[in-house]
Design a protein around this ligand. Structure first.
Ligand code: SAM
Length: 467
């Protein structure tokens, strides 16, 4: 039985009245478990038809599905191949409401561990620019790992506070997600730390921080742009009241009417200071009404037409032909259509590390960058070693050399443990000459290996290996 803070229970009884019994009873039930299929890797419809462990679709998310307790999708090779992202079902509503389009510039301001970022990247289909920012350094690293695992090429990961970022990107983004740090009341069923940390004062501290973050986000949105503010908490101080005071101080913003959405109920004007009716257009998800944890969402639009932006300085790209020779050789040997990479010019070198930046990248001087783009690999003396991120961003159809290990074959576990595999192989391998092969499992790329003399040398990253 979950022990809820007394003052929280008292407060919710006051807010919900008769409905509070049903609300409090939901804490005795198991929470719903969900995952979101990554369209950069798999066709969601087809994956679900073939999978034996997914049950119902999440009503408010086109790529989201519930799975049953007892299943462990996080321990499956598909997870390592980035075929899906395990995500609390309610959290999937945020990006559905944001509705990003391929080619747009998007900011995910409070992004770790990457639920919204990986969802946005799927909707961008590799086109456009996604800036995923996280203030805490350790969490920013986890975010970058998830971006890599999901095979995302066009995301830049930064480690900044929202104010520093706002100075660099005035009126830059078409859409912004502010998935704000909050008191986490909606996560009490799964997060004991949130229950222990909760107090009325903590709610106030969170609300102040949310106002500040939202203020900085507003300045980074283009005229005509859309911003989604979300929290996983119930307290009106962090939800309706934050949005109401934001709208008062930003008359150029309004709440977008997204109509009725399955599983989502509306915001509560009576819980705000001035009772603004516009708050009805914001959304709440309640655990006693829907299969998901508590959430609040507001879709905000900045007045004006989208204008084409002024030119901003780009980074200085790599021009060194000597360094490039080895990379070119590798790309020509591995890829069916190497021009896809060779025609690009946005390469940059950090020490020995080669990155391919999104075409829309601007100069990020002064900003803490964790991942400037797709990590292509390491340039060592006279040779190029491709990165794990590159492997995960490629599809089997794109490469000339691959090793296809079925997900239910013991060799995939050996590969994930970092072991060397030796011929004869009981699964198909295609290789014209010795060298790099993309390891795929049931068609999904999962890493690199190097084949020579019947030995498949393992290049699965040491830090990710299964124990
Ligand atoms: C709700 S979580 C984000 C979850 C993430 N969007 C996802 O979908 O996986 C809020 C994040 O905001 C970060 N954060 C904390 N304080 C912040 C601040 N002052 N400015 C910006 N972000 C902050 C936290 O470290 C945390 O990672």
């Amino acid at each position: 039985m979950i022990q809820l803070p007394d003052k929280f229970v008292e407060k919710m009884k006051g807010l919900l009245g008769d409905e509070s019994d049903a609300f409090l009873k939901s804490y005795e039930e198991d929470r719903a478990l969900g995952l979101r299929i990554n369209p950069l890797k798999a066709d969601p419809g087809e994956f679900v038809r073939q999978s034996s462990f997914l049950s119902e679709p999440v009503p408010w998310a086109s790529e989201g599905f519930y799975y049953q307790a007892g299943q462990r999708p996080g321990k499956h090779p598909y997870h390592e191949a980035g075929v899906y992202y395990i995500q609390e079902p309610s959290a999937m509503a945020v990006v559905e409401l944001l509705d990003p389009m391929p080619g747009e510039k998007i900011l995910d301001l409070c992004a770790a561990p990457g639920g919204k970022t990986t969802h946005i990247a799927g909707k961008l289909k590799g086109k456009g620019f996604l800036l995923s920012n996280e203030i805490h350094p350790a969490r920013a690293k986890i975010l970058a790992q998830n971006v890599e695992r999901m095979g995302i090429g066009n995301s830049v990961v930064t480690n900044e506070d929202s104010h520093s970022l706002s100075l660099k990107f005035p009126e830059f983004f078409d859409r912004i997600v502010v998935d704000a740090p909050c008191s986490g009341e909606g996560m009490f069923r799964k997060d004991e730390a949130a229950r222990l940390e909760w107090s009325p004062d903590h709610v106030e501290v969170c609300a102040r921080r949310q106002r500040e973050i939202l203020e900085n986000a507003a300045g980074m949105l283009k005229s005509g742009g859309t911003m989604v503010y979300s929290t996983c908490t119930f307290s009106p101080e962090e939800n309706e009241q934050v949005i109401e005071s934001f709208l008062i101080s930003h008359p150029d913003f309004s709440v977008v009417d997204k109509g009725e959405r399955p599983g989502l109920s509306h915001g509560m004007p009576k819980w705000s200071k001035y009772g603004s009716e516009d708050l009805k257009k914001t959304f709440r998800i309640w655990p006693h009404q829907s299969e998901g944890e508590g959430h609040y969402l507001a879709v905000l639009k900045k007045e004006g037409d989208m204008v084409s932006e002024r030119k901003r300085s780009s980074p200085a790209y790599l021009k060194d032909k000597v360094i490039w020779k080895e990379v070119e050789l590798f790309l020509k040997e591995l890829l069916a259509d190497p021009e896809v990479f060779l025609d690009r010019k946005e390469y940059i070198l950090f020490g020995e590390q080669l990155y391919l930046l999104p075409p829309e990248m601007i100069d990020l001087k002064g900003i803490k960058v964790i991942r400037p783009g797709l990590h292509m690999g390491t340039i060592k003396k006279n040779r190029f070693e491709p990165s794990h991120a590159l492997a995960l961003s490629l599809r089997k159809e794109e490469v000339l050399s691959w090793a296809e290990i079925p997900a239910n074959h013991e060799d995939i576990v050996k590969y994930l443990k970092g072991q060397t595999l030796s011929a004869p192989f009981s699964w198909p391998v295609r290789l014209d000459k010795k060298g790099w092969v993309l390891v795929v499992t049931d068609g999904y790329s999962i890493g690199f290996a190097k084949l020579a003399a019947g030995i498949l040398k393992n290049h699965y990253p040491k830090g990710l290996r299964w124990m």
